[in-house]
Design a protein around this ligand. Sequence first.
Ligand SMILES: C[S@@+](CC[C@H](N)C(=O)[O-])C[C@H]1O[C@@H](n2cnc3c(N)ncnc32)[C@H](O)[C@@H]1O
Length: 201
Amino acid sequence: MGRFIVKDSFYERAKKEGYRARSAYKLMEIQKRFHAIKAGHKVLDLGAAPGGWLQVISQQIGGKGIVVGIDITPVAPLNQDNVVTMTADIRTISTDELLAQAAAPAFDVVTCDIAPNLSGIRDVDEARIGELYESVLRIVKEGLKPSGVFILKSFFGPEFKPRINELRSLFSSVTVYKPDASRGVSSEVYLVSMGKKQTTV
Ligand SMILES: C[S@@+](CC[C@H](N)C(=O)[O-])C[C@H]1O[C@@H](n2cnc3c(N)ncnc32)[C@H](O)[C@@H]1O
C-alpha cells in the first residue's frame, strides 16, 4: 500500500513558511510549553531528516549554539553555521563521535523524532522499535549532561508504561505531551523528560 500523506493546514503552513516538514510545528509547540532549548545550547537531534526540527532548533540556539543532526537518510544542506549533519545509523554510532561533531563534553538537550520503517508484522516491529529505543537511551545516558532535557517521540503500545517508568528513574520529571500539530497522526505522543539525574551518567 502506498504512503498516504495528509495535506492538512500544518502541511500547507510548512510549505508557505519554508519549513522542511510539518513536524517542525510539533517541536515549536513543545518548545512553547517547556522552553527546553535555549540560546547557546548544544543539541543532538536523532532522526533529523528532512530537517524541520533542525530548522527550529537552529533558530532557538542562535549563533553560539550548535545542533548535530543524525539520520540514515542524508539531510540536504541547511546552510546554517550552527547546524552539523551526519548520515549514519543511531544503532551503530558511538556517542563520542556525536559529541566530537559538537566539540562539547555533553549535550544540553537531546531530541528524537525517529520513526522506524515498519513491516506491519507486530513482533518484528516491536523488536525494531525496542532496538531503536535501546540505542537512543544509550546515547542519552552517555551524552546528555546532568540536568539536561530529552524529548522523545513515542507510540502507545505494550512498552509505553515500562518506558515511562524507566525515564522517571533517570529524570526528575517526565511529561506526556500531544501537540496540536500531532493530532490525527496515529497514536504518537511526545515524552518530555527534564532534569537528568546525576546518577545516570
Ligand atoms: C519523522 S522523520 C523525522 C522528521 C524530522 N524531525 C524533521 O522535522 O524533519 C523520522 C526519521 O527517522 C529516521 N530514522 C529511522 N531509523 C533510523 C536509524 N536507525 N538511525 C537514524 N535515523 C533513523 C528516518 O530516516 C526518518 O528520516
